[in-house]
Write a protein of this length. Structure first.
Length: 304
């Protein structure tokens, strides 16, 4: 039985789905798919919130993970320890003899994991990505960033394909391109926010090439060098979206529309960044609903 407190807490985390660049679990999908996708989203969102220190005040997450009621409200609480506790709770889903998860968002995953016969690897990779965020603050080059995306983004695509029963080697490869592109797009939107956490996901090699310093990224608005760098990274993301676009054409029905939403959402976000003149420092440029629908329609035509 889930308490009213735990249910309200889980709903608050899931509400963040409305801020994404693409529809997480749109209403046109079958009910079971929607439930399973939101269960996975809730998991991924909570892991990111732990890694970013964005947990709700009051220490509820710490309480659910057995860390004590004051843990989550203490300044400088050890995020690595919380990630360890979260992983231990997660393993209750997959290992015989382990107690069932205590956290409500992990309990919500139980029917999804059983129904779709999911394996722990994608879930563990997302935890590892957030562990890396605590240790690695800068990336030397694009190759290092891609390795990070293999942990932080690509597992989500693997889970979507597993939930919908459509995973094949080719689709996984295309999904990796799309998910990595979406992660890069998010990094471009959130340059200022990431820097406030002492993280930079723009490769140092590229920053040097465009003569961009960390002080430039801390400015109120982007200078010409920062804009040129952002345009360069945005083009990389576009190329990845194009490389992964055959994923949409490889499926049919409502799943095709969902995957077009992911790809179109990335393209719409890139278009919004471009409309802002690649000046993301005042705040993340976001696509409008109309812009998203236009890009989804274009994706469906292109991949028809």
């Amino acid at each position: 039985m889930v308490s009213a407190e735990a249910d309200a807490h889980a709903r608050a985390v899931l509400a963040k789905a409305t801020r994404e660049n693409f529809p997480v679990a749109p209403g046109f999908l079958p009910r079971e798919w929607r439930y399973d996708l939101m269960a996975v989203y809730g998991y991924a969102r909570l892991v990111d919130d732990i890694g970013d220190g964005d947990l709700a005040p009051g220490g509820l997450d710490a309480k659910y993970l057995g860390l004590g009621p004051a843990w989550g409200s203490e300044p400088g609480a050890d995020r690595l320890a919380m990630l360890d506790a979260f992983e231990a709770d997660l393993r209750g889903l997959f290992e015989d003899g382990r107690p069932a998860p205590d956290h409500p968002l992990l309990r919500a995953l139980v029917p999804t994991v059983r129904r779709r016969r999911l394996t722990p690897e994608p879930f563990l990779a997302l935890i590892e990505a957030n562990r890396q965020d605590q240790k690695v603050r800068r990336y030397a080059d694009h190759a290092e960033l891609l390795q990070y995306c293999e942990l932080s983004a690509n597992p989500v695509g693997h889970l979507v394909l597993a939930i919908t029963g459509t995973a094949t080697p080719d689709r996984i490869r295309y999904a990796d391109d799309v998910c990595t592109a979406l992660q890069i797009v998010e990094h471009l939107q959130d340059v200022a926010e990431d820097l406030s956490r002492d993280r930079i996901y723009l490769p140092a090699e590229d920053m040097a090439r465009f003569h961009v310093t960390e002080a430039d990224l801390a400015a109120a608005s982007a200078n010409a060098s920062v804009r040129a760098l952002l345009a360069f990274e945005a083009e990389r993301a576009r190329e990845l979206l194009s490389a992964g676009a055959p994923l949409v054409a490889s499926v049919r029905g409502r799943l095709r529309l969902l995957l077009a939403g992911f790809t179109g959402g990335g393209r719409a976000a890139l278009r919004a960044i471009g409309r802002a003149g690649y000046d993301v420092l005042p705040g993340p440029p976001r696509a409008t609903t109309r812009g998203l629908l236009r890009e989804v329609a274009a994706t469906l035509r292109r991949e028809g």
